[in-house]
Design a protein around this ligand. Structure first.
Ligand SMILES: C[S@@+](CC[C@H](N)C(=O)[O-])C[C@H]1O[C@@H](n2cnc3c(N)ncnc32)[C@H](O)[C@@H]1O
Length: 209
């Protein structure tokens, strides 16, 4: 039997916990990804599916969800079934998404890039761009580096207790966008606490990638 990941173990708790700033951020991110009326939408690292009721309200896109954690996908699927929303759950890794190139009109990812190790961030974004159709929209929500001092505190805590933090630490990914063929069209701060911003970034895939 494959070893359970931290997120498999944490899924039941994570499924019940939705801090206010997460709720506000997910709501904004779903609003952003839905404008543009995508017909197909991929949510990368859907977790327990906090976005599902929001997606059902805002878009009629055919939705596919990917996550490495089977337990998270099970919760997300259960949430979708409970409100009669169609969702195709797929177990997979953002570093090697199990979908063909240009398969989706929109890609949504909330609080994933802040758990990906730095050297893999560019590859994660490249994969999201690969599966996105030219002109398609990507919306990414994240904890964002806002101050050097606070960032060093995060880095220190992360180096000591990465698992207790759920591997989370703030990142700044906007400088990676043009290299992977994304054009940033909006960078919005949703919340700010103890020097750490929560942002949603919206970008479109350039037609030449
Ligand atoms: C902090 S949770 C965020 C969940 C959800 N997007 C939300 O905003 O509530 C991170 C999620 O990323 C998933 N995850 C971690 N590494 C991943 C990877 N390499 N590829 C896909 N999913 C991953 C975890 O299983 C977990 O469900």
């Amino acid at each position: 039997m494959p070893r359970k990941s931290l997120y498999d173990v944490a899924a039941p708790l994570y499924g019940r916990l939705v801090p206010g700033f997460v709720e506000r951020t997910l709501s904004r991110a779903v609003q952003r990804v839905s404008t543009g009326s995508p017909e197909t939408l991929l949510e990368v690292a859907i977790g327990p599916g906090h976005t599902i009721p929001l997606l059902q309200k805002r878009t009629s896109a055919r939705s596919v969800a990917v996550d490495t954690s089977r337990a998270m996908l099970k919760l997300a699927q259960g949430k979708a079934s409970s409100i009669a929303m169609e969702l195709a759950p797929v177990q997979g890794d953002v570093l090697n998404l199990p979908f063909k190139t240009s398969s989706f009109d929109a890609v949504l990812s909330t609080f994933l890039v802040d758990v990906i190790k730095r050297p893999k961030l560019e590859q994660s974004l490249s994969e999201m761009v690969r599966v996105l159709a030219p002109g398609g929209r990507v919306v990414i929500a994240q904890l964002h580096i806002s101050s050097r001092l606070i960032n060093s505190v995060w880095d220190f805590a992360h180096s000591l207790l990465p698992e207790s933090l759920g591997f989370v630490r703030p990142v700044d990914i906007s400088d990676l966008f043009s290299g992977v063929g994304l054009r940033l069209i909006q960078d919005e701060v949703i919340d700010e606490a103890i020097g750490t911003r929560v942002t949603t970034l919206m970008a479109v895939r350039s037609s030449w990638t």
